[in-house]
Design a protein around this ligand. Structure first.
Ligand SMILES: [Zn+2]
Length: 471
């Protein structure tokens, strides 16, 4: 039981079968469309946000009365809305602005700064966010989502619900639908990026989606195929799975990295051991999709990292193995399923030991200046809020963790208009009831999520997931 629990957040089975941990039953396209049509423009939602402390912002807009109000409001619609009074955590590591005003026009922030310095356009609607904290929407660079359109869109809506603006799937994608969804902008859903099929040695009995390669020629051919699909990154696994399989050799992963770089692609590696991590750095790997898990990193590793300041670490921590109350998830996933998840968040000493290695490594590499991004693995939309707390438990500050989960991850995904609350950027932000710099778990106290200037209709999504028929 212990080892199964140990992998809860990075569960191998979840990698093999994206969707295996799905929170709800099948959702037909009609259901998805219904929610999209009901989602309201933020300018109709925002005044209600202010008037109804303690309610989710969108909870009041689902009914017909709200729709009427929205329609009448649209007639006198101004071009811009100014959100005033919030503490804004910009996302780039700069000091929070305690009393900020930001102006949203269309899908963009057009102004942001201390309230005394931001000129609000004449006729702009004003939304008072006094007492709230605003953070950029999160970016999750390591997920495994569904592969069919309707299910994938629901996965992306689930991420939006929990404040995620973009997610990148790492290596278990096949078929054409994932690429079509990637190319779309879907209202109320996170943006999607994908590595397509990852590359590994033959691993019979595990997922057969990745390329199974054993020669340099096969390695290069796999990369060429991925390049033709214009994947966002190349994912490789360098892991013998506790001695059960051959793993990619330095010759093979060097060929993959070389071929990828020739074609303008970067490579991110799933690793387990420190020795493989060093070999990959020497071979030019661009990112790690997990931390080193077998032992503490040493000075040699730190020197290799410091000589390659562009290399990104996505810590993707394992479960901490300490009991935790997941009551904050009630009302967002069905009660029965929440009970199952809650049962896994128990005290598990062997998991604590595994976590401790990775926590020490993260703390050291962060202190040594390694570029830290953010990823959760698997397909649990709420997991970013657990991962952020785990990163803080490792020794990063809440502010460092928020930067990792926003601007650093946006840069890693090359989403130049995401990851900060700043003029010119996509208006992707989360309104929180309390300050996550005081307590990182305050990221769970979400009052509203805005993607591309539009409020995510969280009430409708919640109703779909835990309403009648799903309880
Ligand atoms: Zn993964």
């Amino acid at each position: 039981m212990g080892s199964r629990m140990n992998r809860m957040k990075t569960m191998d089975m979840m990698r093999q079968e994206p969707g295996a941990d799905r929170r709800t039953g099948h959702l037909g396209p009609a259901g998805a469309r219904g929610v999209l049509m009901r989602s309201a423009r933020w300018r109709n939602v925002a005044p209600i946000l202010v008037a109804s402390v303690g309610l989710t912002a969108a909870s009041a807009v689902a009914g017909p009365a709200a729709a009427e109000a929205a329609a009448s409001e649209r007639e006198q619609e101004s071009a811009a809305t100014a959100f005033t009074g919030a503490r804004v955590i910009v996302g780039d590591g700069s000091d929070p602005i305690e009393n900020a005003t930001f102006v949203v026009e269309g899908d963009r922030f057009v102004a942001m700064g201390p309230s005394g310095e931001v000129e609000v356009p004449a006729g702009a609607e004003r939304v008072d966010l006094t007492g709230r904290t605003v953070i950029p929407a999160l970016i999750d660079t390591h997920v495994h989502l569904s592969r069919t359109r309707a299910e994938l869109i629901e996965d992306l809506q689930r991420r939006a619900y929990y404040g995620v603006a973009a997610a990148m799937s790492l290596g278990q994608d096949t078929g054409e639908e994932v690429y079509r969804v990637r190319a779309e902008t879907i209202p109320g859903a996170a943006r999607y990026r994908t590595a397509g099929r990852g590359i590994t040695r033959p691993e019979p009995g595990r997922s057969d989606i990745p390329f199974w390669i054993s020669t340099e020629d096969e390695a290069r051919a796999a990369v060429r195929e991925l390049a033709a699909l214009e994947v966002d990154i190349v994912k490789i696994w360098v892991d013998d799975r506790n001695g059960r399989y051959e793993k990619l050799t330095p010759v093979l992963y060097t060929a993959i990295i070389d071929e990828a770089h020739r074609r303008g692609l970067r490579v991110t590696a799933h690793i387990f051991s420190l020795e493989d991590a060093k070999g990959l750095l020497r071979a030019g790997v661009d990112a790690f999709a997990h931390g080193v898990r077998d032992r503490d990193v040493d000075d040699e590793f730190v020197e290799l990292v410091q000589a390659r300041p562009h290399v990104v670490l996505v810590p993707n921590l394992p479960g901490r193995g300490v009991a935790e109350d997941l009551g904050w998830l009630s009302g967002t996933i069905p009660a029965g399923e929440l009970a199952e998840i809650q049962a896994r968040f128990a005290d598990r000493p062997e998991a604590q030991a595994g976590f401790a290695i990775q926590a020490r490594n993260l703390a050291r590499l962060n202190a040594e200046g390694m570029r830290i991004a953010f990823g959760t693995d698997g397909n649990a939309g709420w997991s970013p809020h657990v991962e952020m707390a785990d990163m803080v438990a490792s020794g990063m500050t809440p502010h460092e963790v928020l930067v990792a989960a926003t601007s650093t991850s946006a840069a890693f995904l090359r989403l130049e208009d995401a990851g900060t609350v700043a003029a010119g950027q996509s208006a992707d932000f989360v309104v929180l009831a309390a300050n996550p710099l005081d307590d990182i778990t305050n990221t769970r106290r979400i009052e509203a999520v805005f993607l591309r200037g539009t409020a995510v209709d969280r009430a409708a999504l919640s109703e779909r997931w835990v309403g009648d028929g799903n309880r």
